[in-house]
Design a protein around this ligand. Structure first.
Ligand code: UDP
Length: 235
């Protein structure tokens, strides 16, 4: 089937990659995500990936015990670990990729250069953006919104370990309301924990739609790209 989107940014939260036994990386999940990314890349979709780091380290959570800026730099380094794992899984299966980091570490990856990233995407290489925005006090959600605007994508795919946006946690509240569609403003006004407000606002200002979906649902990445209504659309 003809994909609905030409170019996408996929945000994979760190938690979506970790195992139930709390190992930071579940290699079966990483391989499954890689397979699906390859499937959509083979359909001609240009894919940029932003990986989170929450499976390893979250700056805001430890900020009370140490300097917040340092804690955030540690979080950004965590995203590099996930980016390299994702790169390894994709390349092992034959897809060409590049990791670009918002903080330079030239022995490991290219520095983020917009024009270069665009060229990689045009050539069918998957670009994995690491280190978030490169700034403390931000998140990888904001990085996804920023790179999405810079790369002029059609969609942000928000891959989570829940299948959609709810008005409360469906794991603890069986009556939680599930949204099929929701506006950017409602996400902000209802205080829904989907993306932080900085990221949502950036998407709203730049008219970038977001689809929130469960990364562990069968073929979810391909289904989103084909235009099937799964998860929650924020626009
Ligand atoms: N981080 C940051 N600036 C950024 C992106 C990330 O300081 O632009 C740090 C921050 O400490 C954050 C951690 O990296 O807690 C991991 O990123 P995030 O929490 O967004 O990962 P996710 O929740 O998606 O796994």
């Amino acid at each position: 089937m003809e994909p609905k989107y030409k170019r996408v940014i996929m945000k994979i939260s760190g938690e979506a990659l970790c195992s139930e036994k709390n190992h930071p990386l579940d290699f079966d999940i990483v391989a499954n995500v890689a397979d699906q990314i390859i499937a959509i890349a083979e359909q001609g979709v240009e894919v940029g990936i932003i990986v989170g780091g929450g499976n390893i380290w979250r700056g805001a959570r430890v900020g009370a015990h140490m300097d917040r800026t340092t804690a955030d730099y540690m979080g950004m380094l965590a995203t590099v670990i996930n980016a390299l794992a994702m790169q390894d899984a994709l390349e092992e299966k034959g897809l060409q990729t590049r990791v670009q980091t918002a903080i330079e570490m030239r022995q490991i990856a290219e520095p983020y250069i917009r024009r270069k990233a665009m060229k990689h995407l045009e050539k069918g290489r998957v670009v994995i953006f690491a280190c978030g925005t490169g700034n403390p006090y931000f998140s990888t959600d904001t990085a996804a919104a920023l790179r999405a605007a810079e790369m002029e994508v059609d969609l942000i795919m928000l891959a989570k370990n829940v299948d959609a946006v709810y008005d409360s946690d469906p794991k603890t509240n069986p009556d939680a309301k599930r949204f099929e569609y929701i506006s950017y403003m409602d996400v902000i006004n209802k205080g829904l924990a989907v993306m932080d407000n900085t990221a949502i606002t950036l998407c709203m200002d730049n008219h970038i739609p977001i689809i929130v979906f469960g990364v562990n649902e069968k073929d979810s990445i391909q289904r989103v790209v084909s235009g099937e209504q799964i998860g929650t659309t924020i626009k």
